[in-house]
Design a protein around this ligand. Sequence first.
Ligand code: HAM
Length: 431
Amino acid sequence: MSLRFQAPKGTRDLLPPDTAIWAAVEAAARRVFARYGYGEIRTPIFEETELFARGVGESSDIVGKEMYSFTDRGGRSVTLRPENTASVCRAYLEHGMQSLPKPVRLFYVGPQFRYERPQKGRYRQFHQVGAELIGGKGAESDVEILLMLVAFLGELGFGDLKVLVNTVGDAESRSAYKEKLKTYLLPLKERLSEDSRRRLETNPLRILDSKSPEEQEIVAAAPRLADFLTDASRRHFAAVLSSMEAFGLSFVVEPRLVRGLDYYTNTVFEIVSEGLGAQNAICGGGAYEGLIEELGGAPTYGVGFAIGEDRLLEVLPAHSPARAAAQAIRPVLVAWAGGQLPEDASPSSPTFDLAEELRRQGIAAVDAGGRTGKALYAYADQLASPCLAFVGEEELAAGTVRLRDTATREEQTLERQAAIARLRPAPTEPR
Ligand code: HAM
């Protein structure tokens, strides 16, 4: 049978039991971000197109060729959000947050949309977990954001991720450097790709992170941004690095890291994971000193990150506590152990009764509804049940329940209340 409808290209349905892991990852984010004093913000899924054109920048690939923009019935040009930083800064200004005690700490979880060529780890609707620290002091803000990011990834069980950091300097450093870079690249124009030739005019810095081997060779001999930093930018970066060292964050300075959005100034960073292939960045972020001003506010220091949740889930360690947390909410499957079902006036069966008793005690449970043998175990697989609880004629007479661990296949028969106590999940430690 060929399907009449499928999810649109580059999008996908997330289904159980995977969605339980997504929820556990998001719960970990909420827990860690709350510990750092961040509150959740939920902005609209679409915004006025102009917000992204100004915020993310006309020269970025996102604005140039990846936005889902359309004209609504009222004739307005709107765009499905390709990222959330511009929206958060718009909301910051719209709600007068600039007059709140500073800095303002916000986080978000949700879908973003980019019209990119779909491939492994790259979707047209993808999901980000991100945070923004607005109105703080430079280097100190950068380090707080990095510490929180690493704390979150640590909570998920990642042990060995390296943060790649660089500085793209302040506006003054960059305009001096851009000129030098252009002068160096112009005579080599013929060897550059069409994209890079266009960037030569719009944002030559982006050529630095080209993936083509020929261009990498050209870039290797190019003047270095580090040699054009103003004293203020140099001091800022040195302060960030020494503070990262002091807090034991492991990082590598990557001089070619420039990031694809136009709003960045000074510190930029990425986290990559080897397990992902070409689309290997799980997280990107950095500081933006001009964005709020670009959107009509006063000059304000901002810094933040966004983690690609789809990619994060792809490389989530096998031992991640998020997997265990997801496992803990999988239902016990309550099955009939055989024999004559008791004649009863009640419409519910003994397995239905036990399943509801478990649920009232806070234990996830599902009635197997008379399934036995292969059908029963297939159902347990589908629900990813950690355990089967059998009641039958014998058990009912003796007031017991037989428990079977689905992984180890070990069985034990316990008195009914003792069995319920055994199934109760361990209370989670407050952190
Ligand atoms: P970004 O680097 O464009 O930064 O995206 C952040 C992360 O989102 C990437 O590292 C990647 O994991 C994920 N991502 C991006 N595009 C896709 C896609 N098509 N499919 C799957 N995952 C994707 C930002 O969005 C900035 N707003 C980050 C930021 C916050 N900077 C300051 N504050």
